[in-house]
Design a protein around this ligand. Structure first.
Ligand code: IMP
Length: 431
């Protein structure tokens, strides 16, 4: 199998960076195709923690090239900071040696960040509050769909750039007011020379680049951000991100759909479930369905360091949810799973796995509920399994858990993560 598409199979933060890091040992290109710097991949290499928000995690291998596809929304200021940090830590000498950016990529501007914050503040305390990362992701996709966005290549056409900026900012004049709008536009204009200098040597036509790479027989890894359950179409709408997180979008977000015919799709999930931000979460440990689960959740948060890599927010914690995981496998076309962080649960006497959702009237759901309101009201059906001492396949109880996941979801578990270090990952039963 030459190409791989790697996705989060839950609500993000599944530990994808670690699997990307492993797979990057043997791939030539790592490509991001959606999302932006709302993502946060924490990687532990040689005892040192590196957090990447925008640049693909594959960058930590000296031989890999990285591409940011046009399905991504790019905050050039954050991009610059991240590049600078990588240069300082000796990962590479110059960004242009190892990173490319699709010229059609939409930029996140100060306007987008301001809109994100404005909307979240306005919705605080209501059902409309999404709990976004506040990075301007949703508004950047919004202005893209509105056909007023600024793309990376627009920076290099000075004759039309001003008009495009005016057209974009004027759309939100009534909402944010003249004064703030003038400030936001001025802030953008001030940044443009820096962004141009940074991006000029990196911009490419992604389709022709990927076509060439494919023809040369090189392998590609498409690195998904967030998770299937946050997908704009198929996630727990409206409590989702604003991009498409299933495998199909890997073909779109970098302009090379041919890879969908041959790529293997790997979905990464945790041994438990976490979620940040608002939205339904059937197996959340809130003390609603299982006695003492609030305390269990707190312990898991502490041991698993479950705080957002981007915002530092405490993540919500839950029992494993195979109903949601199976749905993610089906809707995202996942061929194999990676199960991470079972080590966090090691030593527990028993563990609960949700294998069905009941309606308030007692009957079972046959499909994954599409309405957030329904999802909020489901009663999870749990099976209790024995705990394990070691989260590796040679521990019989953990292996039993992995077999249960495989049987329920109908796909094999190929990767097992059992600790934060790069080495704490084994492949399991791969052909
Ligand atoms: P946005 O992507 O910043 O618009 O946030 C929308 C929703 O997606 C919020 O619930 C965020 O917490 C969630 N989200 C966005 N990015 C990530 C991520 O990388 N990990 C986990 N949750 C995320």
């Amino acid at each position: 199998m030459k190409h791989t598409i790697l996705l989060g199979a839950q609500w993000g933060d599944e530990g994808k960076g670690k699997v990307v890091d492993k797979l990057s040992e043997s791939v030539e290109w790592v490509i991001r195709f959606q999302g932006g710097n709302n993502a946060g991949h924490s990687l532990w290499v040689n005892g040192k923690k590196t957090v990447l928000h925008l640049i693909p995690s594959g960058i930590l291998h000296p031989h890999t090239m990285c591409l940011i596809g046009e399905g991504v929304v790019l905050d050039a200021t954050v991009f610059e900071i991240e590049i600078q940090k990588l240069i300082e830590s000796g990962v590479f000498k110059q960004a242009k040696d190892r990173i490319r950016v699709a010229e059609r990529t939409h930029l996140i501007l100060p306007l987008h960040r301001a809109l994100d914050q404005y909307r979240e503040l306005e919705a605080k305390g209501t059902k409309g509050h999404i709990g976004t990362t506040g990075r301007g992701i949703g508004p950047a996709y919004e202005t893209k769909a509105l056909r007023r966005g600024i793309r990376a290549l627009d920076l290099f056409d000075e004759i039309t750039l001003n008009g495009k900026l005016e057209h974009l900012h004027s759309a939100y004049l009534t909402l944010l007011g003249k004064e703030q709008m003038a400030e936001l536009k001025a802030e953008t204009l001030k940044q443009i020379p820096t962004w141009k200098k940074l991006l000029e040597p990196l911009l490419v036509d992604s389709t022709s680049l990927l076509k060439k790479i494919d023809a040369e027989g090189k392998s590609m890894l498409f690195e998904g951000a967030q998770g299937v359950m946050l997908d704009l179409d198929h996630g727990t709408y409206p409590y989702v991100t604003s991009s498409f997180t299933t495998s199909a979008y890997a073909g779109i977000g970098a302009g090379f759909p041919k890879i969908l015919k041959t790529a293997k799709v790997v979905g990464v999930a945790k041994a438990y479930v976490t979620r940040v931000g608002s939205g339904p979460f059937a197996t959340e440990m809130l003390g609603k369905h299982v006695e003492g689960e609030l305390e269990t959740g707190e312990t898991i948060r502490k041991i698993g360091q479950e705080f957002g890599a981007t915002t530092g927010r405490p993540r919500r914690i839950g029992w494993q949810d195979l109903v949601a995981l199976k749905y993610a496998v089906d809707v995202a076309g996942i061929d194999a799973l990676g199960i991470m962080k079972g080590d966090v649960l090691a030593g527990m006497k028993e563990w609960k796995v949700c294998v069905g959702y009941r309606k308030p009237n007692g009957s079972l759901y046959e499909t994954f509920p599409a309405r957030a309101e329904e999802l909020e009201a489901v009663v999870p059906v749990y099976e209790t399994i024995p705990g394990w001492n070691k989260a590796t396949p040679d521990d019989p109880h953990y292996e039993q858990y992995l077999l249960m996941i495989e049987k329920y979801c109908g796909v094999p578990v190929h990767y097992v993560g059992f600790g934060p270090e790069r080495e704490a990952l084994v492949t399991r039963g791969m052909k």
